[in-house]
Design a protein around this ligand. Structure first.
Ligand code: HEM
Length: 395
């Protein structure tokens, strides 16, 4: 008898999984409305599935037995049905908060944003910054410090006035603080939590956010200052073509003639103004959530000129939910910032260790005349012709 029982048990144990596999192929009805294996596989393969069998399964309060009845319930929806209704945005929600997105407790459509932010954005952003530092280190090893080639004169020329240097350093300090606190917000969960724990990260993250939000105004003010004081010197002209054609003289003897700013510096200036301006705009929209609609109108304009087609993309969406507007703003803010940080790394390198005599321009404001003649020959000529005229005027 015992032997028979063991055989029977073994047969059921072996048949069990087979029966379960047969079951997944059954229609949804037999799973009580839950997903089937086919549904899950189709979703994983990125195919569009009609998920109304789930999105509509949010309970039926009308069919709930009255609470006064013997088997009465407090409602006609189970917990899973209620959460499903939150997720599909069909729950009847009342909130005290009156924002545009106050009634969205779970935004299912935002998963792409979350996955992109925590995946490729961190990975490629990290590669970009680390790669730039490696390239700069290699450049230093190959080219070394760009020295003043000729004999130093001991004479100084005023390169930047105090107000220009104030604008530059306000921009630089605010940018560095924004960059650091921004990177903490972006990479903190992945990099800082494993090393410092949740409690320490919480304090760091709250502090970073506060500093980031408040110092942003200093950056915007500085951006306006440097734009106003330097835009005339950064308009492109013919000398830039020659400078670029000669690669700025980086790997050759002697430097091509340049006015106050050479073509390389003009590229830095316009990158800072345009990318910095775009970062500021998206930053303000993140600071005042849901107040600025930036992306839907921009996408409509891009669609109108057929821009998405140029890079093989379909038309961009022109009706965005308030959350999607914020998600695009966050991604754009982060991507453009990462690009500008990489550019600024190169700028800081050349303005400090990379070139002899460059730092003085922003330090004391006075540069060695020989440095100026080598890097900005046309500007020196301009200053020298103006000097006697100014002296004559004073006399
Ligand atoms: C913190 C380290 C930094 C150092 C040591 C530094 C150094 C310098 C120097 C020496 C110049 C004058 C170059 C010349 O005389 O021709 C300069 C110009 C400039 N800096 Fe910086 N800078 C720093 C950070 C920044 C940051 C963070 C930004 C922008 C976010 C910035 C934007 C500019 C711009 C737009 C110019 C004028 C164009 C150019 O010379 O490339 N700087 N900087």
């Amino acid at each position: 008898m015992r032997f028979m029982l063991i055989i029977l048990f073994s047969v059921f144990a072996l048949l069990g999984p087979v029966a379960a596999q047969d079951g997944v192929a059954d229609s949804r009805a037999s799973t009580g409305g839950a997903q089937t294996l086919e549904d899950i596989l189709a979703r994983q393969a990125g195919q569009a599935i009609d998920d109304s069998f789930r999105s509509d399964a949010t309970g039926d309060p009308a069919r709930a037995a009255p609470t006064t009845g013997q088997l009465g319930t407090l409602g006609g929806s189970s917990d899973p049905e209620l959460w499903r209704a939150f997720r599909y945005g069909s729950a009847d929600i009342t909130t005290q908060s009156r924002g545009p997105a106050a009634e969205t407790l779970i935004q299912d459509g935002g998963m792409w944003w979350l996955e992109f932010r925590e995946g490729p954005l961190l990975t490629y952003g990290g590669y970009l910054l680390a790669g730039t530092l490696v390239l700069l280190a290699l450049f230093y090893l190959i080219r070394g410090r760009i020295r003043i080639d000729g004999e130093k004169t001991g004479r100084k020329i005023e390169r930047f006035k105090a107000f220009e240097r104030f604008g530059h350093w306000l921009l630089a300090v605010s940018f560095l603080v924004l960059g650091l606190t921004g990177l903490i917000s972006l990479f903190g969960r992945k990099v800082l939590i494993p090393n410092f724990g949740h409690d320490a990260f919480s304090t760091i993250a709250i502090g970073s956010k506060w500093v980031h939000n408040n110092i942003s105004w200093a950056f915007i003010v500085a951006l306006v200052i440097i734009f106003v004081v330097w835009v005339v010197h950064n308009l492109p002209d013919r000398t830039d073509l020659n400078w670029l054609a000669k690669g700025g003289g980086i790997f050759t003897k002697g430097h091509p003639p340049a006015k106050k700013f050479n073509a390389g510096q003009k590229l830095i200036f316009w990158s800072v103004i345009l990318l910095g301006g775009s970062i500021s705009l998206t930053g303000v929209s993140l600071l005042f959530p849901f107040d600025l609609q930036l992306f839907a109108p921009t996408f409509a304009k891009l669609n109108a000129i057929g821009a998405p087609g140029w890079v093989g993309l379909a038309e961009l969406p022109t009706t965005l939910t308030p959350q999607e507007e914020m998600q695009f703003a966050q991604l754009w803010h982060a991507i453009v910032s990462l690009v500008l940080i990489a550019i600024v790394f190169a700028h800081i390198y050349i303005g400090s260790v990379g070139m002899e005599g460059a730092f003085d321009a922003m330090g004391s404001g006075q540069v060695e005349e020989q440095w100026a003649r080598e890097h900005h020959s046309l500007w020196v000529e301009e200053v020298k012709t103006k000097e006697p005229a100014a002296a004559a005027k004073e006399a």
